[in-house]
Design a protein around this ligand. Sequence first.
Ligand SMILES: [Fe+2]
Ligand SMILES: [Fe+2]
Length: 172
Amino acid sequence: MTPELSINYKISPELHKALNDQMLAEFYSSYLYLAVSDSFNTYNVKGFAKFFDKQAKEEFKHGEKFLALLQRLRLKVSFRGVDPVKNNWDSIETILQQVIGHEKKISTSIHEIHELAKSGGAEVVCKLLRWFIVEQLEEETSVINLYDMYQSATKGQLGLIDMDRQLSEQSE
Ligand SMILES: [Fe+2]
Ligand SMILES: [Fe+2]
């Protein structure tokens, strides 16, 4: 028989499901950013493509963080899969807008799970989610900045080629 964990970590079935769903949402983010990177390649903005390829790897690591927590808590993990990505964007701007919307959705979801964990006294989950709350603020800021830079670049203040080159260097 496997030994039990020493204390009750207060993971309700609802919180267990929310953590598993968030793990899948992070793997979906990784998948989405691979598609975004691929589209930027077709638009021939290789710096944008490289930036999102790097993001895809970060998101995969986020998924792994949730997976590791579920495993450490000896909770059953469901690998039921991620949603398909509809990569039929018609412009760079549309892609960037979708990315911002996606990150906002993820931030909301992280906050909701944090509230759920806090109200149930699941301290170990709260600790991980506090890391994610800070991370989401950084990610939202980063994609909003990217959008603003893109707006300036296309208005001629920076130029898309220069911006793309900057992104490429920054994503090494
Ligand atoms: Fe993430
Ligand atoms: Fe993200």
